[in-house]
Structure formats: structure tokens, C-alpha cells
Design a protein around this ligand. Structure first.
Ligand SMILES: NC(=O)C1=CN([C@@H]2O[C@H](COP(=O)(O)OP(=O)(O)OC[C@H]3O[C@@H](n4cnc5c(N)ncnc54)[C@H](OP(=O)(O)O)[C@@H]3O)[C@@H](O)[C@H]2O)C=CC1
Ligand SMILES: O=C1CO[C@H](CO)[C@@H](O)[C@@H]1O
Length: 388
């Protein structure tokens, strides 16, 4: 398969590297200007310098596009890629609102292309082992799930990124940007949808200082001091969200982008009727397995120590640690297998890559969370996906 990545900021190059490690052919990367495109292609050793996204879509040699641009561009770019007959791997969140994400699901269903949303955290091997333990009944009935996703890269009021503006990233920020990773992960492990939410969101800095130049994600600590101007912030820095799952399990998710010292910490503790599982993305190669009547265990990521087919998603032996970039590689391996299966008229492999329907579910949850916060009450999400 021949892929092109769109967006050359923080995560675009991660897609390129993961694709190359997954054995795919990457033709080029497209940035926001011809000059940046040339620079990015040179830095990554890519041969094809496209003038524009339109030129990518017009090129019959391109099979797949990876969309890694700011959130506000996902809908239009994904829609035009589907119309051009390209397979699409889109970064999360899938779209700015559920009208857009529902339309993308519909367009994908009507097309012959394979589509996906990069909820990569599912691809940490021990998260897959948690999914297997739940499916095989080792966890028992899940009573409740706690945890969330916290970071510190927007800790100072002088930290700035397009995500803090609802016009660029969507009306929810911390919840959409990182909370949806947690919600997707818990859904992946439990296969149980969230049916109600009760949210309390917090904007710690209602005004931030915006640098007058461009700022790439995570560039805050390394960038030179520059001139800034005050800007009103209309998105949340943090939030506490109670959830109720279908079937009655309870949950509690915390999100924050202003928690000093937590660099990129997605964690869960899942209490089942037979055991408890706890995992943290900052030490992703170990998982706590809690017992009531015998000593607790620490399970290390090791292909020899996991069950079912989980070892197929592990590339290195125990002790040879895997991390963030490897999750992209494994997500893309699954995605490209689904493309191959479709082309051969075979069923898609299971459990499969995160789909546009998964992406839409997360956008719907974001809307329910925002509604709950505004109306200061529990909001139900029905089978139809419409919050009430
Ligand atoms: N799954 C994951 O783990 C992660 C997912 N993401 C998601 O990826 C997306 C991008 O995030 P991130 O990389 O952090 O953001 P960045 O701002 O670092 O990068 C986005 C890039 O897109 C470029 N861009 C803007 N408009 C266009 C255009 N029309 N055509 C081509 N390129 C364009 C920007 O260029 P310029 O700066 O010149 O405007 C910038 O280089 C977001 O949706 C985010 O949620 C991000 C990080 C991790
Ligand atoms: O996984 C991730 C790490 O942090 C980034 C910045 O908040 C997110 O956008 C991203 O999805």
C-alpha cells in the first residue's frame, strides 16, 4: 500500500515512522505550505513532494491518506479523501461535532474504502491483555472503573496551542483531546458503552498569553521567549466526569492538562468480581493484577506471559520495552490488514482497528459531557447516540 501523511507537526512524523516500521510504502508528507512540505519530506527521507492536499487526492498512486492536521480540518479532509476513493486513517477526535462525525460514518459505509481513527492507546500490549482477560472471564463482572488522563504541557498560562481555542479544536478540549483516549480504551477492554455522564469541567486559566508566532504541540518548554498577547479561553483545562456503563457498572474519569509533573499519564483501575487490573501509560510495560485471597501480581509485558493472540501484537521479548511509537505501528498493522482483507473479499480481522463508528461514539460522548456540565445534571446517551 502507498500512503501519504497530511500534517507535519508533532504526530505526522510519528505516523510516517510507524508506517515504515509496519512495512508500508510512504510516498510523502504534506505540510501547511510548499516550503514546510519540502522540509518535512527531506527530514523524513520521502521522495514525493506534493503541492497540496488536492494533489495527493488526485494522484492515482496514493492508496491511503493519514490525516494528522488540527481537529477543525479532519471532517473536510476525510470527506474529500473518501470521495477520491482513498482509504483514510484520521487522527482523533474524528470531527468537531456529531453531525460531522455521523456523516463521515455514513459516507464510509457507502464507500469501498476502509476508514479508521487513531485511538492508539488500545495497542499497548498490556491493554490488549486486559481486553483478553475481560473477554475470557478472568476479570469477572466489572463493578467500576476509575482513572483518566492527565498531563502538564498546558500548565502555565503562557502555554499555548491551537487546542485551547474551540474554533480550532472543538468546544471541548481536555475531554476531547485526551479523555476520549481513556473512554475509547475502557470501551475497547469492556466492550460496554457508556450510557450516562455527569460532568464538572474547569477552566483554570480563562485568559492565556498567545505567542504572536506559530506554536507546535509540546514545544512550550523548549521554545524561546517571544512576544505574546492575552487571549480569552473558551475550553476546559480539566474535568471530573462520572459515568454509568450499560449493565450498571460505574466509572469516574479525571482529565487535566495542568497537572504538574504528569507528562502524559493515561491510567485505569478496573475492579472486577474476580480480580482488579490497573495500568498506567507512563510505565506501560507492567500491569497490576489485584487479588483478595492471594498475593497481588505485577504482570510484565512479555509475549510469553500473555494469553490468547495478544503476543501477536508484541514485537520484542520481555524486558525490551515497547512504548508510544509502537502503538502506532500496531494500530497501522491492523488497519492495513483490514484494507487487504477488504480487497481480497475476506472478513476484517478481529478485534480490529478503531473505526469511524468508534470515533463518532467519542464525539457523541463529548457532546453529552458538555451538556451535562452546562445543565449541571446527569445526561443519558440512548441507543440512538442522542444525548438527552
Ligand atoms: N493519537 C495520538 O496519540 C495523537 C493524536 N494527535 C492528534 O493529531 C492531530 C494533530 O496534532 P499535533 O500533531 O499535535 O498538532 P501540530 O499542531 O503539532 O501539527 C499539526 C500540523 O498540521 C499542519 N497543517 C495545518 N493545516 C494544514 C493543511 N491544510 N495541510 C497540511 N498540513 C496542515 C500544521 O502546520 P502549521 O503549524 O504550519 O499550521 C502542523 O504542522 C490532532 O487532531 C490531535 O488530536 C496528536 C498527538 C498525538
Ligand atoms: O495521545 C496524545 C498525547 O497528547 C496529545 C496532546 O494533548 C494528544 O493530542 C494526543 O492524543
Amino acid at each position: 500500500m502507498r500512503a501519504v501523511v497530511v500534517g507535519s507537526g508533532f504526530i505526522g512524523p510519528v505516523h510516517v515512522e510507524a508506517l515504515l516500521r509496519a512495512g508500508q510504502d510512504v510516498l510523502g508528507i504534506v505540510a501547511s505550505s510548499p516550503q514546510k512540505t519540502t522540509q518535512a519530506c527531506e527530514a523524513l527521507g520521502l521522495r514525493q513532494v506534493y503541492d497540496s492536499y488536492e494533489a495527493v487526492l488526485a494522484d492515482p498512486h496514493v492508496d491511503v491518506v493519514h490525516i494528522t492536521t488540527p481537529n477543525r480540518l479532519h471532517y473536510d479532509m476525510a470527506k474529500s479523501a473518501i470521495a477520491a476513493g482513498k482509504h483514510v486513517m484520521c487522527e482523533k477526535p474524528l470531527a468537531m461535532d456529531s453531525r460531522q462525525s455521523a456523516e463521515l460514518v455514513h459516507l464510509a459505509e457507502q464507500s469501498d474504502v476502509v476508514t479508521g481513527v487513531n485511538y492508539n492507546i488500545r495497542y499497548y500490549p498490556l491493554c490488549r491483555e486486559a481486553e483478553r482477560r475481560n473477554a475470557d472471564g478472568e476479570l469477572g463482572n466489572v463493578h467500576h472503573v476509575t482513572g483518566g488522563y492527565v498531563q502538564d504541557w498546558l500548565f502555565h498560562p503562557t502555554d499555548f496551542n491551537w487546542r485551547v481555542l474551540s474554533s480550532e479544536g472543538g468546544p471541548l478540549r481536555a475531554v476531547a483531546d485526551i479523555g476520549t483516549h481513556w473512554l475509547d480504551l475502557i470501551h475497547f477492554i469492556t466492550k460496554t458503552p457508556v450510557r450516562s455522564v455527569c460532568a464538572d469541567l474547569q477552566t483554570v486559566y480563562p485568559v492565556r498569553r498567545r505567542p504572536t508566532g506559530n506554536v507546535e504541540t509540546y514545544s512550550g518548554s523548549s521554545s524561546q521567549p517571544q512576544s505574546t498577547q492575552p487571549i480569552d479561553i473558551d475550553t476546559e483545562d480539566a474535568g471530573s466526569i462520572l459515568v454509568r456503563f450499560e449493565g450498571g457498572a460505574h466509572g469516574c474519569m479525571t482529565v487535566s492538562q495542568v497537572t504538574a509533573g504528569r507528562k502524559n499519564c493515561c491510567r485505569f483501575e478496573m475492579a472486577g468480581s474476580r480480580q482488579t487490573l490497573a495500568w498506567n501509560s507512563e510505565s506501560p510495560n507492567e500491569m497490576f493484577v489485584g487479588h483478595r485471597d492471594r498475593p497481588n501480581e505485577t504482570l510484565l509485558r512479555d509475549p510469553a506471559l500473555v494469553g490468547g493472540s495478544v503476543s501477536e501484537g508484541i514485537s520484542y521479548p520481555g524486558g525490551h520495552n515497547e512504548g508510544f511509537p509502537d502503538t502506532f505501528k500496531h494500530c497501522f498493522i491492523d488497519f492495513y490488514r483490514a484494507i487487504e482483507a477488504k480487497q481480497n473479499g475476506e472478513a476484517a480481522p478481529t478485534p480490529g482497528h478503531p473505526s469511524f463508528a468508534d470515533g463518532h461514539r467519542e464525539v457523541v460522548l463529548c457532546e453529552a459531557i458538555l451538556k451535562s456540565h452546562h445543565e449541571r445534571r446527569w445526561i443519558d446517551i440512548g441507543e440512538s447516540g442522542i444525548p438527552s
